[in-house]
Design a protein around this ligand. Structure first.
Ligand code: ADP
Ligand code: MG
Length: 250
């Protein structure tokens, strides 16, 4: 029951099937890595889980702790504990990070449960320190004028504040230099634990040197063609993705 369970999911964009009978179960307490070349459907999976309107689910099921989320609006999925760190985070001019995250945290709590400003800022600063984000960022508009690395750190800051049940991190390593990669990974590692299931989506093995996955899955043409332990990432690093296409069903 304590799982994010994706079964036989087929997702089309326009009329093109992108994910084809895709199945994957991420239990709480585990970190799964989904790897694959560009264009194989990794971000489509993240978008479909989030409820992006471009994605049509033509078959399959997604259960979070045993309950289907496919008929839920994106905000309801989030309130139930699903979190997405996007590959290309959106800019939100006019909304500060502090207000944005506070509104997200507050909507999780419901109206009757007010989150004191002092408690909130104390927590926010603690997590910002952990992620080495300068405090002046609190008053900056979300992602506006941020570098690639600052955007990704801001995504993980949201994750740290929301403490989701399931987190999907889509190429959180892209655009990060080695120092930022380390900081972001330390942030994720400090959050991982028995109460959270994490799906790390990445093209490169590099991130997995810092965030050690329990399981690694290789995506090719919308399907998982191979699964293994953390050593599978090293094989991909060494051999690239070329050999993977031979594993795909004809
Ligand atoms: P990945 O994240 O693995 O690089 P994506 O999920 O972004 O792959 O894309 C998978 C396929 O879906 C690609 O062929 C891409 O061109 C197509 N695709 C993704 N988004 C759209 C869209 N909004 N409209 C049309 N095609 C799309
Ligand atoms: Mg992608």
């Amino acid at each position: 029951m304590n799982t994010l369970e994706i079964t036989d999911l087929t997702v089309t964009i326009g009329d093109k099937p992108i994910l084809k009978n895709f199945s994957l179960t991420v239990p709480k307490g585990e970190v799964h890595a989904l790897m694959g070349p560009n264009g194989t459907g990794k971000s489509t999976l993240a978008k479909a889980l989030a409820g992006h309107p471009d994605c049509q689910i033509t078959s399959g099921e997604v259960l979070m702790d045993g309950e289907s989320i496919l008929d839920l609006e994106p905000d309801e999925r989030a309130r139930r504990g699903l979190f997405m760190a996007f590959q290309y985070p959106s800019e939100i001019p006019g909304v500060t990070i502090a207000n944005f995250i506070r509104a997200a945290v507050q909507s999780r709590l419901g109206e009757e449960d007010d989150f004191e400003a002092t408690t909130y800022y104390k927590q926010l600063y603690k997590k910002m320190d952990l992620l080495k984000i300068d405090r002046k960022f609190t008053s900056r508009a979300v992602n506006v004028g941020f570098s690639g690395g600052e955007k990704k750190r801001c995504e993980i800051l949201q994750m740290a504040m929301l403490e989701p049940a399931y987190a999907v991190l889509d190429e959180t390593d892209s655009g990060l230099d080695i120092d930022a990669l380390r900081v972001v990974s330390e942030g994720v590692n400090s959050l991982r634990g028995a109460d959270m299931g994490i799906l790390v989506i990445t093209h490169y093995q590099r991130l997995l040197n810092y965030i050690t996955p329990d399981h690694v899955h290789v995506l090719w043409d919308g399907q998982i063609v191979k699964s293994g332990g953390k050593e599978l990432a090293l094989v991909l690093e060494e051999k690239g993705y070329d050999w993977v296409k031979d594993l795909a069903p004809a």
